[in-house]
Write a protein that binds this ligand. Structure first.
Ligand SMILES: Cc1ncc(COP(=O)(O)O)c(C=O)c1O
Ligand SMILES: N[C@@H](CCOP(=O)(O)O)C(=O)O
Length: 467
């Protein structure tokens, strides 16, 4: 499989190349040259497979040429062997139409583990036998950071610098990152928002002062391998609910548009998806864009679902690329305009082409209300991000005979204060996170200025000599 950049001006790479590169050299995001497609019979034959065997089946078309099926299986076994549930991503029924897809049974209690446990294995595999080292530079609104750090802490040849918005993530999220004291892990709290951190990361990729000495890569969902691994659980859920004979709708708590884009890819691959509901909090740029064409950035408002306090949704670029006929120069011009003006308009025609996506927005009361409904009506404690998804699922106009699956993206214990406020229940942290509140923390607080962050990374990166 070959991959091309959404901005049409970077070398085409194979799977190994895009995994190690993270972002394309023209600032675009890598996508497969074409979407692979399974027939109905092929999808039916996936029923009953274990999660690992299903993952190999779904991901093989994307990894062809870089990994054999046996190698991919070995990596999946290592990645998913650390999950605390035998099904890896179990489904829980709420009522006659609604299900939760629990994606938080990995080591750091959020859906990010599903992709990042595999990405850690992929880095190791692709670096083995070479003299290369990688410097991961990532931005997190709380969950990607801990999942990425868990996946690479202590590994040789990989060093990680993770930027988070200072004082804007939960105490559990922060400690899951800052108490990992392995020498290859560096946490930086920046005075600013996740969007500021994400913009710095993207700038770093094309900064000659950085990439002349460091081999920089990404663990955010700008890295194609992240999205690829997230496609699998859409197949897992739909197959359990009757696919390919029966259509299923998904409601996805959305920030960077990565998770829901993985659902879009699953549909391109032939999975019968009725609708994808893009569920946002009050940082609602995607809801505004899909419902009325207004993709314009306003300030980020802190909410009880901090991981979704995002306005610039990186993966939306991948959708725009498809909606505009996969013409890189059109997408490049559109993104350049957006980067300068902070806004773009989606024409009625583009919105029509995107009408496979529905969208919804939940404010603070609606988020708390969804947590209460899940607890009082269905006996389920859910986190605020999942609650936003559930609000979207329950308010979208989906026919009563179509199952609606809400992606449960984080364990409620990561957001104990918000859950307790809404339901009166303070969820306990699962044993697998250990004595988080007794461990020493280490992180650097830096101003939200690109030069300060770049200089810190350049002076603290341990292995430039290996490149
Ligand atoms: C718990 C949680 N839910 C939802 C999201 C949104 O996912 P995405 O950024 O892929 O849209 C995030 C962050 O990305 C998250 O951490
Ligand atoms: N919500 C994320 C933000 C980054 O998203 P990513 O999926 O692109 O890594 C987080 O929790 O860090």
């Amino acid at each position: 499989m070959k991959y091309l950049s959404t901005r049409g001006n970077a070398s085409n790479l194979d799977f190994e190349g895009v995994t190690l590169a993270g972002l394309a050299s023209d600032g675009g995001l890598y996508v497969p040259e074409t979407w692979p497609r399974f027939s109905e019979a092929e999808i039916a034959s996936m029923r009953g497979l274990s999660y690992i065997d299903l993952a190999v089946r779904v991901m093989t078309p994307f990894t062809k040429g870089s990994l054999s099926e046996a190698e991919l299986k070995e990596l999946c076994e290592a990645a998913y062997g650390r999950f605390s549930h035998a099904a890896v991503t179990p489904l829980v029924q709420l009522d006659s139409q609604h299900w939760l897809l629990e994606l938080f049974h990995g080591p750091t209690l959020a859906f990010k583990d599903v992709a990042l446990q595999l990405l850690g294995q992929l880095f190791e595999k692709f670096l083995s036998g070479s003299d290369k080292a990688l410097t991961i530079v990532g931005a997190t609104s709380g969950d990607t950071g801990s999942a990425a750090i868990d996946a690479v802490a202590g590994r040789e040849r990989v060093e990680i610098f993770m930027l988070h918005p200072h004082n804007r993530i939960s105490d559990v999220q922060r400690r899951q990152m800052t108490t990992v004291l392995a020498p290859n892990v560096h946490n930086i709290a920046i005075q600013g928002s996740f969007d500021d951190a994400q913009a710095m990361v993207k700038t770093m990729f094309n900064d000659p002062d950085v990439n002349s000495v460091l081999n920089v890569t990404a663990v955010n969902s700008i890295n194609w391998a992240r999205l690829m691994a997230q496609i699998v659980y859409y197949f897992a859920a739909a197959l359990k609910l009757g696919a390919p004979e029966r259509k299923v709708a998904f409601s996805v708590p959305t920030g960077n548009f990565g998770d829901v884009f993985a659902g879009y890819v699953a549909a391109q691959m032939g999975l019968p998806v009725e609708r994808l509901i893009v569920a946002t909090n009050v940082n609602d740029i995607l809801h505004r864009a899909l419902s009325r064409g207004d993709y314009s950035v306003s300030g980020v408002t802190p909410t009880s679902a901090p991981s979704m306090d995002i306005q610039v949704s990186s993966n939306f670029e991948r959708l725009l690329f498809d909606l505009e006929g996969r013409d890189g120069s059109t997408t490049a011009a559109r993104m350049k305009w957006f980067e300068q003006m902070g806004k773009m308009v989606l024409s009625a025609d583009m919105r029509k082409r995107a009408s496979f996506f529905a969208s919804a927005r939940a404010d603070a009361d609606e988020t708390a209300g969804a947590m209460r409904w899940a607890y009082e009506q269905c006996g389920q404690i859910i986190d605020p991000h999942t609650a936003i998804g559930l609000h979207g699922a329950r308010t979208a106009n989906i026919a009563a005979d179509v199952p609606v699956v809400t992606l449960a993206t984080a364990h409620p214990a990561k957001f104990r204060d918000a859950v307790e406020q809404a339901t009166g229940i303070r969820p306990a942290l699962p044993g697998r996170v250990g004595n988080l509140f007794e461990r020493e923390e280490r992180y650097e607080v830096l101003p939200g200025e690109y030069a300060a962050v770049r200089d810190y990374i350049l002076s603290n990166a341990a292995r430039p000599a290996l490149l």
